[in-house]
Design a protein around this ligand. Structure first.
Ligand code: SF4
Length: 689
């Protein structure tokens, strides 16, 4: 018992993309409690159980507090000094590059790291390693958002503030379960629904938004997993053929020829709800009703999650969503828009600050010589104009023998990436893996150097939430292992012969702002004054930009893009007759490394497999019994939960526990444009053990 706090520090939640602000109430250097904070922040004084109670992991006994090295992954770990560990990592990286070439090493940074940390990792890779082999775990969640919104609207980000939902008359939620994954935003949305806004839910499962004591969706379109693009085409077909287009908006704001081509495409009979019913499994009259409501019900906003992006056609679906918003004029004002709900706290930020192998900070392609020269003169190096390797390409290259060294900061690729066997084989083939993490994660089993990470309580920096809101992370205690993550990256760079000179993360943000037009006006002093800032923040918008694309799209004219439905290669067969889809639960967070180690959050003890009563009965599966679940990639064992929330033929699990390892089952199928894994569609068989 710590008793009464002595002082407090305002910081940002370590978990989801809502980005709630908290006051960490402290006694000495120990946190007494976290209290939701109101002024100038996304959450306006609210929080959920994770943010409020699940910070205890920061002082958990499992924390790695000493650097460790080993020359083979079969050797025991040896505790060493920071100098020895960093010297070893740098010498191994240099040795590998000498032997296998400049492009034989790379880095991965987590969307749980701060903007400043992500910026430094990509700078280390581009300037210190001399290649563009840097990627972020946004690769496996929202990379299709980055691609799809850039193509159609011109900016790889959501269009609204969370507050904007208070002006919505119609809310369309597709492939998202905000009640579990974005609780504080879900409360705000539900408040608006209780005040009379209408609701359309497109989801294979009966989520809480579909039917619960207080909420009843006007339309639930329970489509088969993998058919989002077919469903979005059917909705667009109704809007076009029933005269529900916003012709004035389109004429004024969008590219005419692209619109005409799109209109003619979606009007084809094969895109009608009747023709698509066989694909989606949804009754045509439901689709027609939902399309009419979205197009004519007033301000209509779309919110979507990983149920849209984590598909073979993830990028196509994102573009189809943007098409719908443009077709009905639902963009550029309060209450409307296209809003990706980001899973991790800094998914938006990690993409913004150049963590993708093809883009420098601010979503500028590495092949663009003007941008490249800007960074080259600031960093004093030359930058490779060729995009580097994405995460799955790094694995493939490792198995080919051309990618042999990896610096992995804060991302547990073994537990979170698909097809665990493939990932494990790739990592086993590498000669030096440096893992920087707060715990001995699953990836560390394949590592040669383990560098202790720092929790969000131990460092300064910023996170950018799903509404482009940059908020401060403030240090409340000294880094437990001696260094904050950003300092470790600087030390590693120095040993590779590339000096970076920063005395505080604010100087890193100053550099980002100098080199990136969308961040031009962002400083820590301004963040302290305003509480938070939504980018773009520049001379035209010195306090930031709550709503985007107001008078014109960032790309000038909005661009409709034809989105043809193509069935996924992941087919059900007699051997694998069910489709597995995956998601999250409220009390846990992603791979569970933090929430599983917080003693006061114990509500969800294991991943379970939800299965429809009909499918369970057919197989002799009883509620709570163990089942084996097998796919083409692998198999695991889970307890069954018989649930009417599922549709027949579809099963569901979460991925919070390494013991069950849901990604042992998922395959390495991926989005055609971005390689985002198709986590949401895996053909499986389920049988009692
Ligand atoms: Fe943290 Fe998200 Fe919960 Fe807010 S809603 S407290 S950001 S986990």
């Amino acid at each position: 018992e710590l008793g009464q706090p002595e002082h407090s520090v305002v910081t940002t939640c370590a978990y989801c993309g809502v980005g709630c602000a908290f006051k960490a109430e402290m006694k000495g250097s120990e946190v007494v409690r976290m209290v939701p904070y109101k002024n100038g922040q996304a959450n306006e004084g609210h929080s959920c159980v994770k943010g409020r109670f699940a910070w205890g992991y920061a002082t958990h006994k499992d924390r790695i507090l000493k650097p460790m090295i080993r020359s083979k992954i079969t050797d025991p770990w040896k505790e060493v000094s920071w100098d020895e560990a960093l010297d070893y990592a740098a010498s191994e990286f240099k040795r590998i590059q000498k032997k296998y070439g400049r492009d034989s090493i790379g880095g991965i940074v987590s969307s749980r790291c701060t903007n400043e940390e992500g910026y430094l990792v990509q700078k280390l890779v581009r300037a210190g390693f001399g290649n563009n082999n840097v990627d972020t775990c946004a690769r496996v969640c929202h990379s299709p958002t980055g691609y799809g919104l850039k193509q159609t609207l011109g900016e790889s980000a959501g269009t609204q503030t969370f507050k904007s939902v208070e002006q919505s008359d119609v809310i369309l939620v597709i492939g998202a379960n905000p009640t579990d994954a974005h609780p504080v935003f879900a409360s705000r949305m539900k408040k608006r629904l209780r005040a009379g806004a209408r609701l359309i839910v497109i989801d294979p499962r009966v989520t809480e938004l579909v039917r619960s004591p207080h909420i009843q969706a006007d339309y639930h379109l329970p489509l088969k997993p993998g058919t989002n693009v077919a469903m979005l085409s059917a909705l667009a077909h109704v809007i076009v053929t029933e005269g529900l287009l916003n012709e004035d908006f389109i004429a004024e704001r969008c590219e005419g020829k692209a619109f005409e081509q799109w209109r003619d495409f979606v009007a084809k009979p094969e895109n009608s709800p009747e023709a698509m019913a066989e694909v989606t499994g949804v009754a045509p009259e439901l689709v027609r009703g939902a399309a009419r409501l979205y197009a004519t019900g007033g301000n209509a906003a779309i919110y979507y999650g990983l149920g849209v992006t984590e598909h073979a056609q993830g990028s196509t679906a994102v573009m189809a969503i943007a098409n719908l918003a443009m077709a009905t004029g639902n963009i550029g004002r309060e209450g409307v828009g296209v809003n990706p709900l980001r899973g991790q706290n800094n998914v938006q930020g990690s993409c913004d600050i150049g963590s993708f192998p093809h883009e420098l900070p601010g979503y500028r392609h590495v092949s663009d010589s003007t941008t490249r020269h800007l960074f080259e003169s600031a960093w004093g190096v030359s930058i490779n104009p060729e995009p580097g390797l994405r995460i799955p390409n790094m694995f493939d290259a490792a198995l080919d023998g051309s990618f042999m060294g990896l610096y992995c900061q804060g991302e547990d690729i073994v537990q979170s990436d698909p097809n665990t066997q493939h990932v494990a084989a790739a990592l086993s083939a590498m000669e030096c893996i440096v893992v920087q993490d707060i715990f001995m994660n699953e990836t560390a089993m394949y590592a040669h150097v383990l560098l202790p990470g720092s929790s969000f309580l131990e460092k300064d920096g910023t996170f950018t939430n799903a509404e482009r809101r940059i908020s401060r992370v403030r240090k409340v205690m000294a880094p437990r292992a001696g260094y904050a993550d950003w300092e470790v990256t600087i030390e590693l760079a120095k040993r590779l012969g590339y000096e970076m000179n920063y005395s505080h993360p604010s100087e890193i943000m100053d550099e980002i702002a100098r080199l990136t037009p969308t961040f031009q006006g962002v400083t820590y002093a301004k963040l302290d004054k305003l509480g938070s800032i939504q980018w773009p923040c520049n001379t035209e918008a010195p306090a930031g930009t709550p709503i985007m694309h107001v008078d014109e799209f960032v790309r000038g004219k909005g661009k409709f893009i034809i989105t043809q439905y193509v069935a996924t290669d992941e087919k059900v067969t007699r051997k694998f007759p069910l489709i597995l889809t995956t998601g999250r639960i409220l009390s846990q967070y992603n791979v569970g490394a933090q929430t599983r180690r917080t003693e006061n959050v114990h509500w969800h003890e294991a991943d379970v497999l939800e299965i429809h009563p009909h499918d369970a009965q057919e197989r002799g599966i009883r509620d709570g019994g163990w089942v084996n679940i097998q796919s083409r990639a692998g198999d695991t064992v889970l307890r069954a939960q018989i649930s009417e929330r599922m549709q027949p033929g579809v099963v569901y699990t979460t991925f919070h526990f390494p013991e069950s390892g849901a990604n042992v089952i998922t395959t390495d199928n991926s989005d055609w444009a971005t390689n985002c894994p198709e986590y949401k569609v895996t053909a499986v068989q389920v049988m009692p053990v």
